[in-house]
Every structure is written in C-alpha cells, then in structure tokens.
Design a binder for this molecule. Structure first.
Ligand code: ZN
Length: 194
C-alpha cells in the first residue's frame, strides 16, 4: 500500500472503520514519512487544545462577546485611576472642542496712515471749532458787557448833559424872564411918563 492510498487524516480523526485503521497502522510501521506526518498532526492538535483551554483575554472577549460581564472597559472604569483618567479625558475633549469652536482670532485692522490722518484732522478740527466757539462766546459775552457798560455810561452822560442842559435852559429862561420883566417895567415906566 502506497502513501497516497493511506487516509492518514481519517485515521487521525478516527473517522475510518477498524479494518482500514489496521491497514493504516501496518503502513505506518513500514513508512517513516507517514509516521512523521501523523506526529505533526498530533502536535497540531496538542497546540490547538492548549490554546483552546487557555483563558480568553478579557479585552478580546469584550470585542468578540459582549455578553461577558464585566467587560474590561467596565472594570477599568470602576478601577482606581478612573477619576484621573476621566478628568484627563474630559480635559482632552474640552481642548478639542475649544480648538474646533474657538473663533478665529480677528486680525488687527491694517493701519492706514491716510485714515489715521483723517481721524486726527477731524478731532483737531472739532477741538478747534469748540475752542473757537468758546472764545467767540466769551468775546461775545465781554462785548455784551462792554456794550452794556458803555450804554450805561452814555446814558449817564446823557442824563448829566440833559440835566445840565435843563439847568442852562432854566437859567436862560430865568434870565429871559428877568429881561422881559425889566422891559415890561421899563415900558410901563415909559407909558406912565407924562
Ligand atoms: Zn507512507
């Protein structure tokens, strides 16, 4: 019996009837290659069994089988470094949100010399207008006061002059009146002369 006619896998998996198993065993006793192949199958099964019996890591269990409780994530979340990690995580989220929502810094407006000069001129003109208006108001006030003073003085002079004139008129009138009286007396005397 040649190697190609041997169902080594069926023998290994115990899927062949006993008569065929005995034939395989006779071949194995005479064939070194098939004995080595059977040995590799045994080593493979041993390795598979050792892996299967090893406890499955919790992280893989969390990803592959969600019914396993508690998950590595839940146990981690309930562990001591939870608060520090939570704070760091929230801080990271806050920094990210801030970075994405922070308004772009407004660039300072470009300095326009002409614009600045215009503003300065406007302010200077406004201050100058105010100063001129104030000076004019003050001058006007002084002018009014001076005018009033001059008017008062003029009125006073006029009054004095008027009084003086009145006195003069009075004196002249009295003088005239005396002259008239004198003339009348003289005429009476003349008329009465014999
Ligand atoms: Zn063989």
């Amino acid at each position: 019996m040649s190697c190609s006619n041997i169902d080594l896998k069926g023998y290994f998996l115990a899927e062949i009837p006993p008569a065929e198993r005995r034939a395989v065993e006779r071949h194995l006793a005479a064939c070194e290659a098939c004995r080595q192949e059977l040995e590799r199958l045994e080593l493979t099964r041993t390795a598979l069994l050792s892996v299967r019996e090893e406890p499955v890591p919790q992280r893989i269990a969390f990803v592959s089988d969600k019914v396993l409780e508690p998950s590595w994530w839940q146990r981690f979340w309930q562990s001591a470094p939870r608060l520090g990690f939570a704070s760091a995580a929230m801080l990271s989220v806050a920094i990210l949100v801030h970075a994405f929502t922070r308004p772009a810094p407004v660039p300072p407006p470009a300095l326009d010399r002409a614009e600045i000069r215009q503003v300065v001129d406007q302010q200077v003109a406004a201050r100058l207008d105010a100063a001129v208006s104030q000076a004019l108001a003050a001058a006007e006030q002084r002018h009014r006061e001076e005018t009033a003073r001059l008017l008062a003085a003029a009125e006073q002079r006029f009054e004095l002059q008027r009084r003086a004139d009145m006195v003069t008129i009075q004196e002249n009138f009295e003088y005239l009146l005396k002259r008239v009286n004198v003339l009348q007396v003289a005429s009476v005397y003349r008329e009465g002369e014999p």
